[in-house]
Design a protein around this ligand. Structure first.
Ligand code: GLN
Length: 195
């Protein structure tokens, strides 16, 4: 049995190249995913930062469905910023036609940080990174609700900014825009068992 992991990165829009580079730095093969077929042979998936409305529009229905099925079957999924919005069950301040993938039992509000601080960098402390790690926030979403089994892994100020529900990990920030690889390494430890 091959132990080589292949991790897909949704590559329709946004900072997927930075995620592919982060995976290379972790010595894992990254696979750009544009169509449902690209998900074959991939054993985990990253939804990058960018513009969630654009990504939702560019995703073919077959790819959406397959992502939903594979996630329900236990495939680990990481969403960063716009990727977190795509994973949510409920979106506030989304576009009316913006249908989320509903991969995780969270609600989010898009662009929830005010205009003055819509982009900033911070150190975020988490047991997942075993200490403070740099985090880039760019027009980040905020959590509005979560199911009881959604675990908070990190907080910035009074906001939960890293959330995990079994095989699903949602970050309001962009670890891929920093040279620190601990969030990707943590994601790669998720085992993909169905929960
Ligand atoms: N505000 C963007 C959205 O709604 C997310 C921004 C980001 O990914 N940096 O999709």
């Amino acid at each position: 049995m091959s132990t080589r992991r292949r991790v897909g990165v949704l590559a329709l829009q946004g900072d997927f190249r930075e995620h592919l580079a982060a995976l290379r730095a972790c010595e894992v093969e990254g696979v750009p995913v544009r169509l449902a077929d690209d998900l074959q042979g991939v054993d985990a998936l990253i939804l990058p930062g960018g513009e969630s409305t654009t990504m939702a529009h560019l995703m073919e229905p077959a790819l959406k469905q397959l992502i939903q099925q594979r996630t329900a079957a236990g495939m680990p999924v990481l969403g960063t910023c716009a990727g977190m919005i795509l994973m949510a069950r409920e979106i506030q301040d989304g576009r009316p036609d913006q249908e989320p993938l509903k991969l995780m039992d969270i609600g989010v509000r898009r662009n929830a940080y005010g205009r003055q601080i819509d982009s900033f960098e911070a150190e975020v402390d988490s047991p997942a990174t075993r200490g403070p790690a740099p985090a880039v926030f760019i027009r980040a979403p905020q959590l509005t609700e979560r199911a009881a089994d959604v675990e908070e892994l990190a907080r910035h100020g009074d906001q939960p900014v890293a959330l995990q529900q079994g095989n699903r990990l949602a970050l309001a920030f962009h670890p891929e825009l920093t040279p620190d690889r601990r969030w990707h390494q943590y994601f790669l430890t998720l085992d993909g068992k169905a929960r």
